[in-house]
Design a protein around this ligand. Structure first.
Ligand SMILES: CC/C=C\C/C=C\C[C@@H](O)/C=C/C=C/C=C\[C@@H](O)CCCC(=O)O
Ligand SMILES: [Zn+2]
Length: 611
């Protein structure tokens, strides 16, 4: 795949904001569920930065543009849309009107493609209520361009407003504040404003038969009515998490913090869309045990949404910081030991990913080179866990939380509303701690630009892990001809986090005998557990151990949920075992039409169907 025309400043975008930059976006779109398209126009306010610039360059992917109008002269402007580079889409060049002034406003009239990679359209039968269709978006990293012609680079942040017209039976939600609705006949117009500048990947929309319940002074949870009660229960701690995040990071600037619980095909645990976090229903464990994902999305209100990576090569600045803050929130709400327990628990997954990608794979660096690489292909747990490990290491180097947390506050305050890169962070850190000689020992080059596992694993406190380590040893040492050495009460008394930790350790060990798995399941009933993180690990242990009883439940589950964190490893495990390989491929071929674009795109690679 060539990278012709893509920007040297952001290898994932054609745009050249250093020449002409979009300063405001006005979205006016109609939702057509029959054609599976959005059609209408966007109004772009534009500022010329480079006096010699004569064109505005946007990203566009499979958009059918009918005209571009200059607001002042009302005349049509010339534009050219280049041939597409596969998943990157096309370069759209618009000739600027000949005028002295550097500010322009133009409207682009267009419609998108029914297969827009940033949208998922669900038929009524694919929803919980079965009566109404459903639409939702996922624009990170570079799918906004499949819905809106825009400068699809996180280096550009704009305010946006939107008028969305849809059937009056449905509710429209966006990553913005709803200002008004007007119903005319069977159509309803919803008007939104996002007054804090955001990058294009944070524009989001959902349309469906949605209801809400208040879960805090600034929060509602939204979902189909069939699950709204369960959602309100699961996320009742949201305000506590928000307040704790504010103690760590500073004031919350986005006004409201709502949650939207999407249908199960949503590809991610959560997406930090401002004012309206999108989450997967796989968080509905029934006991609030997976609400740390909400803490993660709340943390993004600062790390990612206020301070944004300049391009996706610096994605670790978004995600490493967010995991680090998420664990601080959780630690402050439970026990300070929890932060290290969670970090320890995720280390095996980081090791597995580094092994899978290869220890010398450049995509295991903290700062990656995305020239010619689509961000969806670069996505992994590495920026999350290697990133948080680096920050936890730096915290220890400078003397602990008492030194590091005030630095974090200053970092958020200094860079809020900006897009930055790793060098900005490094300089700020070195400047802030210039009197602390311990920072001389930090090998920035190795941490940032060497592939593989982190060069140093911090001295994590292992207190909370000890009980799990003991149980793990008992289970692994057990000769399965004898009775199970662990009583069911010993596991019943564990928290969900502890069971997840324990199962992760068993998964990392050698394959287990089928007899041992049968006996373990009789005592602990892991196969019946609702918690998705437990279910996921138990299914993987079964597949790795070639336990025939895991195959059908794994296939059923990957058909039911789209969360890539679960679906991709399960498909890879099914593929790795010869007995289940053909079934996995056949199952994928039959069901890929129901998957989100990014899920079908990546799983098809995992199953070696595409390269
Ligand atoms: C080094 C990586 C470089 C670029 C990747 C950038 C973006 C990746 C793109 O595919 C979008 C990612 C969206 C992520 C959204 C939410 C995640 O935080 C969820 C994490 C996994 C889960 O819990 O399901
Ligand atoms: Zn995140």
């Amino acid at each position: 795949m060539g990278a012709e025309g893509l920007s040297p400043r952001d290898p994932s975008s054609y745009s050249r904001p250093e020449d002409v930059v979009v300063t405001n976006i006005g979205i006016n779109l109609n939702v057509d569920f029959n054609k599976k398209i959005l059609h209408g126009h966007v109004v772009l306010d534009v500022k010329r930065i480079n006096k010699n610039a004569t064109e505005l360059i946007l990203d566009a992917k499979n958009l059918t543009v009918s005209k571009v109008i200059d607001h002042y002269t009302k005349k049509e402007l010339k534009y050219v849309i280049s041939d597409a580079i596969e998943e990157f889409g096309s370069k759209m060049s618009i000739e600027l009107p000949a005028q002295e002034a550097d500010n322009f406003t133009l409207s682009i009239y267009y419609e998108n493609n029914p297969n827009a990679s940033g949208l998922q359209w669900l038929t009524p039968s694919q929803t919980a209520g079965k009566q109404h269709p459903y639409l939702f978006s996922q624009f990170q990293a570079i799918h906004a361009r499949s819905v809106i012609p825009c400068q699809d680079t996180p280096s550009v942040k704009t305010k946006y407003s939107a008028t969305i017209t849809a059937s009056s039976e449905l509710t429209v939600l966006m990553s913005a504040i709803l200002k008004s609705t007007v119903t005319e006949g069977n159509q309803k117009q919803s008007y939104f404003i996002q007054d804090v500048p955001v990058p294009s990947y944070l524009i989001a929309i959902a349309v469906g038969a949605l209801e809400s319940k208040k879960i805090g002074p600034r929060s509602h949870v939204w979902a189909e009515k069939e699950i709204i009660g369960a959602c309100a229960y699961e996320f009742a701690e949201t305000e506590h998490q928000l307040k704790t995040a504010e103690e760590i990071c500073g004031p919350y600037v986005w006004g409201i913090y709502d949650l939207l619980v999407l249908p199960p095909s949503f590809a991610y645990g959560g997406m930090e869309n401002p004012c309206l976090t999108f989450v997967t229903p796989t968080l509905l464990a029934g006991d609030r045990s997976l609400a740390n994902v909400v803490a993660h999305e709340i943390a993004h209100s600062w790390t990612g949404n206020l301070i944004t990576n300049r391009n996706f090569e610096h994605f670790w600045l978004n995600e490493g910081f967010t995991v680090f803050v998420e664990r601080k929130i959780k630690g402050k709400l439970s026990s300070p030991l929890q932060q290290d327990f969670d970090a320890l628990g995720r280390l095996p997954e980081l090791k597995e990913t580094v092994k899978l990608l290869g220890e010398t794979n450049p995509l295991t660096k903290l700062v990656v080179d995305l020239k010619g690489v689509h961000p969806d292909d670069a996505f992994s747990i590495v920026p999350y866990e290697k990133g948080q490990t680096f920050l936890r290491y730096l915290e220890e180097v400078v003397g602990g939380p008492a030194q590091f947390e005030p630095f974090l506050r200053k970092y958020f305050d200094t860079f809020k509303f900006k897009s930055i890169d790793t060098d900005d962070f490094k300089s700020f850190f070195e400047n802030h701690f210039s009197n602390n000689s311990a920072i001389q020992s930090v090998d920035w080059n190795v941490w940032l630009y060497s592939p593989g596992m982190p060069p140093v694993i911090p001295n994590y406190n292992t207190t909370l892990a000890e009980k799990c380590n003991k149980l793990n040893k008992q289970i692994l040492d057990w000769d399965e001809k004898a009775a199970c050495p662990v009583e069911s009460s010993q596991v019943k008394n564990l928290t969900a986090d502890e069971i997840i930790y324990l199962l992760q350790q068993i998964l990392d060990d050698k394959p287990q005998s089928v007899t041992k798995l049968e006996k373990l399941d009789k005592v602990f009933h892991f196969s019946d557990v609702k918690n998705s993180e437990i279910k996921f690990r138990w299914l993987r242990i079964g597949l790795k151990s070639h336990w025939p009883k895991s195959v059908d439940p794994a296939l059923d589950w990957v058909n039911e949920v789209g969360r890539m964190k679960f679906v991709r490893p399960l498909y890879r495990d099914l593929y790795a075992w010869e007995d289940s390989r053909a079934k996995a491929v056949d199952n994928f071929e039959k069901n890929k039409q129901y998957m989100m674009h990014v899920v079908a795109y990546t799983v098809s690679k995992d199953l070696h169907l595409t390269s």
